[in-house]
Design a protein around this ligand. Structure first.
Ligand SMILES: Nc1ncnc2c1ncn2[C@@H]1O[C@H](COP(=O)(O)OP(=O)(O)O)[C@@H](O)[C@H]1O
Ligand SMILES: [Mg+2]
Length: 388
């Protein structure tokens, strides 16, 4: 497989580099029956940005993308691309998808099976009435961009999944769109190819000036590809930020739980800044809490990222340290680490630890939650349903 970086450095006759446009979404609403699939969302996506909609299945990502692309009509709201309003319900304005200057790539490739690679990529240009000579150059350049030089005459069904997805990408890029919409484009690829294609997408974005709006439920893809991420939940946007901002400073329990792993334990506030572990009241930990949001007697969840937690075989000494006990009930080996399932007080938890040390069932692991790293959410704050 040709490396995209190499191919980009070769001389080319046509430049497919367009100009990425900013995309503004205001009050976008779409209901199906009584369900708001997309519930009045607002997004300000910058020109040339790699922007990701991340959330669990059914949270409204695809519907949002389809409304941006014009495949779905919103019930309310407005989408502006650059200076052009492409849809505005209140102004009764709706620009057809092929007039929006956007490329689209879907999970299912959607290539024409009876066409060659060349014909598939040329199709959007033919539709736009380009001259034959111009079409040829642009198609070849687009195929070069995705590392498929020399594949022009190949019938598209004779390509691997990864190659088919490259053709879909080439077809979306061939008319230098201002915006590229990608809906879970790597989901149908096997795990190894997914990692390769992820890197290539990132490289591609740095060379083609296009705004990318990317939909995924995969947190690793979102973290590694995005300039910014919007975490979606039940048709709404929970948080927008860079991967680091959301990972390190999640705004909601859902955002914390969906992006990255968390270890959460139940507790009750016994005084401001002190939480007793549910089911083990003697075990108390100190946390930083907002007194306007939490009061004595409130049930809370204390959450921490696994890598911010310290572990010990024996109880560490020292005053005022946040130590909780986990008694190991089940050990799972997952290659680079073990996952230990057990109880912390009443709460069942799964703790990933490096495979350099193995605890046995029945052993106690002492976990330290440094106060600065522990986050407290009101109990019942919605957490994410993981789908892996
Ligand atoms: N054409 C449709 N008719 C009815 N319900 C739909 C339709 N498309 C999507 N939905 C519903 O809207 C919600 C959001 O769907 P979708 O945007 O596909 O979510 P995601 O892409 O995040 O998985 C889901 O509850 C889904 O069942
Ligand atoms: Mg979807």
């Amino acid at each position: 497989m040709t490396d995209l970086v190499d191919t980009a450095q070769r001389a080319s006759t046509v430049s497919l580099t367009g100009t990425g446009a900013a995309v503004r979404i205001e009050g976008l609403l779409k209901t199906f029956g009584s369900v708001a699939a997309v519930d009045h969302i607002n997004l300000d996506i910058k020109a040339g940005e790699f922007f990701t909609l991340l959330g669990p299945s059914g949270c409204g990502k695809t519907t949002t993308l389809r409304m941006i692309g014009g495949l779905e009509r919103p019930d309310a709201g407005k989408v502006t691309v650059g200076d052009d309003v492409v849809v505005s319900v209140s102004d009764r304005r709706f620009v057809q998808p092929d007039k929006r200057d956007m490329g689209m790539v879907f999970q299912s490739y959607a290539l024409w099976p009876h066409m060659t690679v060349f014909e598939n990529v040329a199709y959007p240009l033919k539709m736009r009435g380009l001259k034959k000579a111009d079409i040829g150059d642009r198609v070849e350049e687009s195929l070069r961009l995705v590392g498929l030089e020399g594949f022009s005459s190949r019938p598209s069904p004779l390509l691997s999944g990864g190659q088919q997805q490259r053709v879909a990408l080439a077809r979306a890029l061939v008319y230098s769109p201002r915006v590229l919409l990608l809906d879970e484009p790597l989901s149908n690829l096997d795990a190894k190819l997914r990692v390769t294609m992820r890197q290539e997408l990132k490289d591609l974005q740095s060379r083609v000036d296009v705004t990318m709006i990317y939909v995924t439920h995969d947190q690793t893809e979102a973290l590694s590809l995005s300039d910014r991420i919007a975490i979606m939940n039940s048709g709404r946007v929970e948080q927008i930020g860079t991967p680091e901002q959301i990972y390190l400073h999640p705004a909601t329990a859902f955002a914390q739980d969906f992006l990255g792993q968390t270890i959460s334990i139940g507790g009750i506030v016994i005084e401001q800044g002190v939480v007793a572990v549910a089911g083990d009241q003697e075990n108390q930990i100190h946390v930083t809490m907002d007194p306007s949001k939490m009061a004595v007697g409130d049930e809370v969840t204390v959450a921490i990222r696994p890598e911010q937690m310290l572990t010990y075989d024996t109880p560490p000494s020292g005053e005022g340290r946040n130590i909780v006990r986990l008694v190991v009930q089940e050990v799972t080996f997952v290659g680079d680490r073990y996952e230990y399932k057990g109880q912390i007080g009443d709460t069942e938890a799964v703790i990933p630890l490096p495979a350099t040390k193995r605890y046995a069932v029945g052993e106690t692991v002492y976990l330290e939650f440094p106060e600065a790293a522990a986050v407290v959410w009101p109990r019942g704050a919605q957490v994410a349903d993981h789908i892996d």
